[in-house]
Design a protein around this ligand. Structure first.
Ligand SMILES: Cc1cc2nc3c(=O)[nH]c(=O)nc-3n(C[C@H](O)[C@H](O)[C@H](O)COP(=O)(O)O)c2cc1C
Length: 174
């Protein structure tokens, strides 16, 4: 048996975690940010190469500039903090980053902190905001923060996922 310190409730976290794009002003303690980062760096990766860097951004002006790197990234500007996912590789390294992103988001949700994946449609702007050299890819940023009070937030769409039988096939394509 794995050495699990507290009751495992991963399935519940997965079931309830939805994209958060409206954040409260409440600061996230650095200890919690570190907990989230530790989850991300524990993700599996192809050949265990761990070709990733996680750049934490809390400075408001830097968050504003980073938000300009995406077409649908206003929530990055208003987040308590963001984590830019950086890798020098494509292919399987991008897959690895996806796994790290899921861990980062689930670890955050475990602490009551919401998040949203954000595509950097203008990666050069994002790189410039964080001083990332041109030989590194910065295509995705995660925004994080405590969700804004319910009355100020649009509820997530119901039935947020396709039905089980539409996406799952057993044994073969047909
Ligand atoms: C690769 C990827 C890119 C995404 N890019 C953006 C984005 O640029 N802006 C945004 O607001 N949400 C973005 N999202 C969030 C998705 O829209 C969201 O995860 C999806 O609609 C499910 O939403 P839900 O968690 O509320 O069900 C992205 C998600 C992924 C996985």
């Amino acid at each position: 048996m794995p050495d699990i310190q507290k009751p495992a409730h991963v399935a519940e976290l997965i079931r309830t975690q939805r994209a958060t794009r409206q954040y409260s002003q409440r600061e996230v303690p650095e200890e919690d940010i570190r907990t989230i980062l530790n989850a991300g760096r524990r993700a599996q990766s192809s050949r265990n190469l761990q070709r990733w860097y996680f750049i934490v951004v809390r400075d408001r002006e830097r968050l504003r500039r980073l938000a300009e790197g995406g077409k649908y990234a206003e929530h990055v500007r208003d987040a308590a903090f963001a984590i830019a996912l950086v890798t020098s590789d494509g292919g399987s390294a991008e897959f690895d980053l996806g796994q790290a992103a899921a861990y980062l988001q689930l670890a955050a949700w475990d602490l009551g902190i919401g998040s949203c994946v954000t595509s950097m449609h203008y990666p050069e702007k994002a790189r410039e905001a964080l001083g990332v050299p041109a030989d590194q890819n910065l295509n995705v940023v995660l925004s994080f923060g405590y969700p804004a009070p319910r009355e100020n937030v649009q509820p997530p769409k119901k039935n947020g996922r396709k039905p089980f039988d539409e996406v799952v096939r057993w044994e073969s394509w047909s």
